[in-house]
Design a protein around this ligand. Structure first.
Ligand code: GYE
Length: 353
């Protein structure tokens, strides 16, 4: 109990943060609730909730020569996710003097991703990088890590909960702005009545929610745009292509525009049109920035592509360095993305993946 009292004093003094406190309590065999009740009447959970931004606390008592980092990937079912995992692995290799690195893939199974994070906690990872497949269910994973005192950095997507409170930081693109950029391009560069279909990303994933809301925040104010249909294409070509084939049968040449939450689905929609012998010129707006898609913008096959840069390795490991150096980390780190149009795409193909 002496050790727990020392930790509590340090937490109160602000020389350690609540991740440190919970990790210290866990090392003593105590979970968060047990740590709190053992400290009664000093209620640790209340103090932790009221304590300053955990990222701003300078001291981290667990100094080590090498930290173990775990990366929980949701799935590798499209080129974007492969590029992201490759970027993380390459950066971990560059910094292998300071970090050991393990990675898991949840194979599109949200429950498996929650248990993957549990396994990383059990295998004594010092920090977990998480790309949460679905927003709400992955809250269980960050809660588990927080209770065990293991800091989590969320990259590319976010789970429910708050950056700098439930996890250290969120490193991601602004998905609302991405959707708005596609809609703004369509509003500025088309004329007359426009009927459109929307291929959405995985239901429950933060980019699917935000890219939908961002797009509609602009397009619903334009009375000449009409939605014919909208379906979940799971961010994959394989799911999106048959949906587009059905729409071509159902709506045919009524379709003027296709809005896709990612390039893989846009390429699937384009292939479906080609295979159906559909020759009408349809506007296609997409997000991600595969080299192939940027080239299709340059060739006039896609109208606009907004980048969502998957190269998270360097920025994530910079944040990890800062965390273990006890330096303040902003709650949100926003990735800056290009907008590719006919005017600039040919010269920017190399910025893709
Ligand atoms: O657009 C898509 C991937 O979470 C930002 O997920 C990411 C999205 C990306 O499967 O291609």
């Amino acid at each position: 109990m002496q050790d727990l009292n020392r930790l509590a004093a340090e937490l109160r003094a602000g020389t350690i943060n609540r991740f440190d406190f919970l990790r210290g309590a866990a090392a003593l065999g105590l979970g968060a609730a047990a740590a709190a009740s053992a400290l009664d009447p000093f209620n640790a959970l209340a103090v932790m909730a009221a304590s300053a931004n955990p990222n701003q606390t300078p001291a981290h008592f667990m100094k080590k020569a090498k930290y173990k980092i775990g990366f929980s990937q949701s799935e590798l079912n499209n080129p974007w996710r492969v590029a992201e995992s490759d970027s993380m692995a390459a950066e971990a290799k560059k910094r292998s003097a300071r970090y050991t690195y393990i990675a898991t893939v949840a194979n599109s199974d949200t429950h498996k991703q929650v248990s993957d994070v549990g396994d990383m906690i059990a295998s004594k990872c010092d920090l977990i990088v998480l790309t949460p497949r679905e927003k709400d269910p992955l809250r269980a994973a960050t809660a588990k890590a927080l209770a065990a005192g293991v800091p989590v950095i969320e990259i590319d997507r976010t789970s429910a909960g708050k950056a700098a409170t439930d996890y250290v930081t969120a490193i991601e693109s602004n998905f609302i702005i991405q959707g708005q950029k596609v809609a703004t391009w369509m509003a500025a560069n088309t004329k007359g009545q426009i009927n459109f279909v929307e291929l959405r990303g995985t239901t429950g994933a933060s980019p699917a929610i935000d890219r939908h809301n961002g797009f509609y925040s602009v397009i619903s104010k334009q009375s000449r745009f009409h939605q014919l249909d909208s379906q979940d294409g799971n961010f994959t070509l394989a799911n999106a292509k048959p949906i587009m084939t059905q729409w071509l049968t159902k709506y045919g040449s009524k379709i003027d525009m296709v809005y896709c939450h990612n390039d893989d689905m846009a390429i699937g929609a384009y292939q479906a049109m080609k295979q159906a012998g559909f020759t009408k010129k349809v506007y296609i707006g997409t997000i991600d920035g595969q080299k192939k898609a940027i080239q299709m913008v340059a060739d006039g096959l896609f109208s606009v592509c907004v980048q969502s840069d998957p190269h998270f390795g360097p920025v994530t490991f910079d944040a990890i360095d800062m965390y273990f150096a006890g330096k303040p980390i902003p709650a949100h780190i926003t990735v800056q993305d290009h907008t590719y149009t006919k005017a600039n795409a040919a010269s920017l193909v190399m910025t893709g993946f």
